[in-house]
Design a binder for this molecule. Structure first.
Ligand code: AMP
Ligand code: GLY
Length: 450
């Protein structure tokens, strides 16, 4: 079996690594991948023109699949999904795992998502949409602070401002609507009621009808320790999330996930692929949707897949056949991942800094700590050439190539042990400007200790 994984982040390295464990898999291509996916057994990076936003360029993916006997495409990031890569593959008879462009609007447009939730009685924060700055500010004045301002379109997890004061909220409106800080993504904003509680990530596989919940997880979106600083794509994550008790789990399935499946079917657009509900769980254990993503989370994928004992390839094949099972096999131990970011992240990022101290690749694949790569590349070579010439060694220099560089993920008997194991490996890794949080998992560790 041959697989194409689309994307270049830590999520895609983890997906490729998990798929490579399956004995029925011969070859995994990752487009465009990173240095980590290039070094993984059975894996090879490829550069395809079309793995980003432009729907008209999907022909490169289709051609590659046809020429390389690809049995299954797994799409990691939201941009190609929103641009309809799954629709294009299906039209060409290629098996691609992900939602169609219609369904991906749940992530691609906050306005679509909020209207969808309102129509289907899915619990979420009260909101209003605006394109006019003066009207937005008047609404903020009326609502008071804290209040949340979101760019309507895709902004890599950074288009959300949780404003503590009215002044900050006005400033966010000026940035998005007047100064165009988020480009087209921010030409329309959603202003939302501030929700209180504890966050959790609830990720499922859906085949149009059947739902397979993944292990629960929680990520840390703020850049700095103590959950302070600007929002990022995620600075670390762990699984399971103790806040998701069985009772909360049941409520999420009944009040959030099942209604999405039913409503998409009623609209004539069955939901297929991963669905990620970012949730706020309040004190009463009631879930509210903060956001939908039409994909696996990054960095949630890394700890979740460390725990997955079923084959992701089998699960995706079952999903593509409309025969998803209702559960998968999980390691009962928790896993925790720490993101190591480059200088300036999230405002900017640094490329080309040499990374020292990466752990050796583990040929037997049973090391309880794994450094998944995200924004990495090879110093002297394209990732593709490196994969052709060297699938075994650690001799090549790995350099930074983006904001989130690595996600060091550990499996252990407790969340605290997993945090300590991940920190020990992280501390040995160095590059100019590297920064990471030492408190990933603090909510869960506090629960463990109480
Ligand atoms: P989003 O990209 O919509 O997931 O938002 C990023 C982060 O902002 C979330 O993970 C929350 O930490 C925070 N956030 C977003 N919306 C709200 C809200 N309505 N109330 C409180 N916090 C929020
Ligand atoms: N970790 C949050 C996300 O994947 O959007």
């Amino acid at each position: 079996m041959n697989i194409l994984v689309i994307g270049s982040g830590g999520r895609e390295h983890a997906l490729a690594w998990q798929c490579a464990k399956d004995e029925n898999v011969q070859h995994i291509y990752v487009a465009p991948g990173n240095a980590g996916s290039a070094l993984e057994p059975k894996c090879q990076n490829v550069i395809l023109e079309a793995t980003n936003n432009d729907a008209s360029e999907h022909s490169a993916v289709i051609e590659f699949c046809q020429n390389n006997a690809i049995d299954m495409v797994i799409v990691g990031p939201e941009a190609p999904l929103v641009a309809g890569i799954v629709d294009s593959c299906r039209e060409a008879g290629i098996q691609a795992w992900g939602p169609t462009a219609y369904c991906a609007q749940l992530e691609g447009s906050k306005t679509f998502a909020k209207e969808f939730m309102a129509q289907n009685s899915i619990p979420t924060a009260a909101y209003q949409g605006f394109t006019d700055a003066a009207a937005a500010k008047a609404y903020i004045d009326e609502q008071g602070a804290p209040i949340v301002i979101k760019a309507d379109g895709l902004a890599a997890g950074k288009g959300v401002i949780v404003a503590e004061t009215i002044e900050q909220a006005h400033e966010a409106i000026d940035d998005m609507l007047a100064d165009n800080k988020f480009g087209d993504a921010g030409s329309r904003v959603v202003i939302e009621q501030f929700l209180q509680g504890e966050e959790a990530s609830f990720i499922c596989m859906i085949d149009g009808n059947n739902i397979l919940p993944m292990a629960t997880s929680q990520d840390h979106k703020r850049a700095f320790e103590g959950d302070t600083g600007p929002n990022t794509g995620g600075m670390g994550a762990y699984s399971p999330a103790p806040v998701v008790t069985q009772d909360v789990h049941d409520k999420v399935m009944a009040q959030v996930i099942q209604p999405v499946v039913d409503a998409m079917n009623a609209a004539g657009h069955p939901y297929t692929g991963f669905l990620y509900a970012g949730l706020m769980i309040d004190e009463a254990g009631d879930p509210y949707v903060i956001e939908f993503n039409c994909r696996f989370g990054d960095p949630e994928t890394q700890p979740i897949l460390m725990r997955l004992q079923s084959s992701m390839v089998d699960l995706v094949a079952q999903g593509l056949a409309g025969q998803l099972p209702s559960d998968a096999k999980w390691d009962t131990r928790p896993a925790l991942g720490i993101v190591v970011a480059s200088k300036g992240y999230p405002e900017s990022s640094s490329k080309g800094d040499v990374i020292a101290g990466l752990p050796e690749l583990d040929a037997n694949n049973n090391n309880p700590v794994k450094a998944f790569h995200a924004g990495t590349a090879f110093s002297h070579d394209s990732n593709t050439d490196a994969a052709h010439s060297d699938n075994t060694g650690n001799t090549k220099e790995v350099i930074t190539n983006g904001g989130r560089v690595l996600c060091v993920t550990a499996l252990a008997d407790s969340i605290l042990d997993a945090q300590q194991a991940a920190l020990a490996v992280t501390a040995a890794i160095s590059f100019d400007g590297a920064h990471y949080r030492r408190d990933i998992g603090h909510h869960a560790i506090a629960r463990e200790q109480s």
